[in-house]
Each structure stands twice: as structure tokens, then as C-alpha cells.
Write a protein that binds this ligand. Structure first.
Ligand code: FPP
Length: 226
């Protein structure tokens, strides 16, 4: 039996370097990165083995970036959601944001929530975008929710109270670095990790297919023996 990549998560790194390589501003890389988000999402929605795709779009640490870059990213997200809603509906994709949305402007929060609500009935791929997301922050918020509701603290209850309840099967990072940068810390406990030097704007469906093919051959023991 081969592994199924039910939940694929991607750390989309390398937008800035890709743009700088062509002598352009870093924001040009984010613009191109958004196109890669579209093509990889479309591929996963047609590839029935992948049930959930979670993409790291903006971390709790990304607020340290230059103000102009942050402003650009906020506008890009707003544009992306407005334009993409029809695609989500056409492709039966359910959009589910993870992260602390309260950090965003009320207009961006409204846009994000409206896409979430408009696609709530979709039964195909779940596309999650991590927005103002940090794995540690998510765990703290989960435990706080349980404390407020006087629930027992257990692995199962913490998991259920997280923004993202599903374990990750395959975690990919583009851009050449070998770290997980506070992404899905809890959910990646048994994920298979794949790192590629390809910069996110140049990441292709073909490369994703090759990674999935390798993933399928890995023996996953989850701490046991086979
Ligand atoms: C990392 O590249 C990328 C980000 C911090 C932002 C990710 C954003 C996108 C892929 C585009 C917008 C997304 C959507 C959903 C519209 P980097 O800037 O850290 O690149 P570098 O490591 O080369 O500097």
C-alpha cells in the first residue's frame, strides 16, 4: 500500500530572491508567487488524493518586514480573494483560513470571512491559507480556548481546538532552506518533509508530482515497526 498525500502543506519561500534575480523589486516575486498559488491549488483540486492543501502565506513574524512590502502583501491578498472567489466556486474548493485574523484590517478580515462563508458548502479540496499564522501562537490559542471552556487538556482536545485540525502528511518547503519556521508545528509531528531549492515562483506542477511520487514510496511507521 502506498501513502496517500491527503494533507499537503507548503512553505512558499523564495519570492523575494526570485524577483531580485531578475533585477526587480521583491513585490514582483510575491505577485508571481500568487500565480503559483493558483496553479498548485488548481492541480490539487483536480488530484483527488489531495484532500487539503495548506499554504503559508503570512506568518506572525512577517510583520517585521519593511512597511511597504507588508502593505503590498495586504493589497495582494485582498485582490487575490476578490478575484479568486469565482475560481473556488467553479472548482468546488472550500477555503479555510488559519491564523489570527484579528491582526488584519477590518476590510481584509471581512473579505477573508466572506470567501470562507461563500465556499462553506464546497465539497472538493480544502484550501487553507495560513494568514498571520504561527504554530506556537495557534497552540497557545487552542489551550486558551480549552481553559475558557473548562475542558480537559489532552492531545485530542488540543488538536480539536487548533485552527487546523488535520495532521499533515507531506510538508514541502521551497527556496533552499531546511527549517519549518513555526509552521503547523503540532500537525507536522509525523509529516514527511521535502525541501527543494526551487524558488516558489518557479515551483511547478511537475515538481509537485515528482515529490508526491517519492512521498508515496516512503515507509511511514509513526513510531512503530513494520
Ligand atoms: C516567502 O518569500 C513568501 C512570503 C512571506 C509570502 C508568501 C506570499 C505569496 C506566495 C504570495 C501571496 C499569496 C497569496 C495567497 C495571494 P520571501 O519573500 O521570504 O522570499 P525570500 O526568502 O527570497 O526573501
Amino acid at each position: 500500500m502506498s501513502n496517500l498525500p491527503s494533507h499537503v502543506a507548503i512553505i512558499m519561500d523564495g519570492n523575494g530572491r526570485w524577483a531580485q534575480k531578475q533585477g526587480k523589486n521583491r513585490t514582483f516575486g510575491h505577485e508571481k508567487g500568487a500565480e503559483t498559488v493558483r496553479s498548485i491549488t488548481a492541480y490539487c483540486s483536480q488530484h483527488s488524493e489531495v484532500k487539503q492543501l495548506t499554504l503559508y502565506a503570512f506568518s506572525t513574524e512577517n510583520w517585521k518586514r519593511p512597511k511597504l512590502e507588508i502593505e503590498f502583501l495586504m493589497k495582494l491578498l485582498e485582490r487575490y480573494f476578490k478575484k479568486e472567489l469565482s475560481t473556488y466556486l467553479e472548482q468546488n474548493i472550500r477555503f479555510h483560513p488559519i491564523g489570527d485574523l484579528s491582526g488584519f484590517s477590518s476590510s481584509l478580515q471581512k473579505t477573508i470571512i466572506s470567501v470562507c462563508e461563500a465556499t462553506a458548502h464546497c465539497t472538493g479540496l480544502i484550501q487553507s491559507l495560513a494568514l498571520n499564522y504561527g504554530g506556537r501562537d495557534e497552540i497557545v490559542r487552542s489551550v486558551q480556548k480549552l481553559q475558557h471552556s473548562n475542558s480537559t487538556i489532552s492531545e485530542a482536545s488540543i488538536s480539536e481546538a487548533l485552527d487546523c485540525v488535520n495532521d499533515v502528511d507531506l510538508l514541502i518547503r521551497t527556496g533552499g532552506d531546511h527549517r519549518i519556521s513555526n509552521f503547523l508545528l503540532w500537525q507536522s509531528a509525523y509529516a514527511e518533509l521535502f525541501f527543494t531549492d526551487t524558488l516558489w515562483p518557479e515551483f511547478t506542477i511537475d515538481e509537485l508530482e515528482k515529490i508526491i511520487a517519492k512521498f508515496k514510496k516512503v515507509e511511514r511507521r509513526f513510531g512503530g515497526v513494520n
